[in-house]
Design a protein around this ligand. Structure first.
Ligand code: CA
Ligand code: CA
Length: 156
């Protein structure tokens, strides 16, 4: 009886190890390096499938204190770092930071915090809005609209 349990547990662990190896290989194959995600942000086009990765990369970059939530200050700092406000005459009534604060409020809701899934949802919604021809790929002008929406600025 004892031998049987032993044999089963050995067999079980062998299967477990194989499955883990396969999972590891799959994860390694499908997860792009952080550098690849950064490149997607400035690519010629962004596919719907890239949005979650993009949101994740932005979230990690924005969450400076590592508490798995992006607060207003972190959101604005990340937004300003990603798209520096144009220098020169500031005739607009709202600054880039004002737009980012408004965008943060829209995403965060009443708890004034944005966990990763809320940022991913917001990016998904902005993607849909920017994808004018609804082909699940942002190209050309659509990319500019997507960038503006993510900064909370009115799309042109
Ligand atoms: Ca944080
Ligand atoms: Ca499109």
């Amino acid at each position: 009886m004892l031998l049987r349990i032993l044999a089963l547990s050995v067999a079980g662990s062998a299967i477990g190890a194989t499955a883990q190896d396969e999972m590891g290989a799959l994860l390694t194959a499908s997860e792009p390096a952080p550098a690849a995600v950064e490149e997607q942000a400035t690519a010629d086009e962004i596919a719907m499938a890239d949005v979650a990765l993009l949101a994740e990369a932005v979230f990690v970059a924005a969450d400076l204190n590592g508490d798995d939530k992006v607060d207003e200050q972190e959101f604005v700092a990340q937004g300003e770092a990603a798209a520096p406000a144009p220098t020169g005459e500031e005739t607009a009534t709202l600054s880039a930071a004002d737009y980012l604060v408004a965008k943060f409020k829209a995403i965060s809701g009443e708890d004034h915090e944005v966990p990763a899934d809320e940022l991913t949802l917001a990016y998904g919604a902005d993607f849909q809005t920017a994808d004018v021809d609804q082909n699940d790929v942002l190209e050309g002008e659509e990319l500019a609209v997507f960038a503006a929406l993510r900064r909370g600025e009115p799309a042109l």
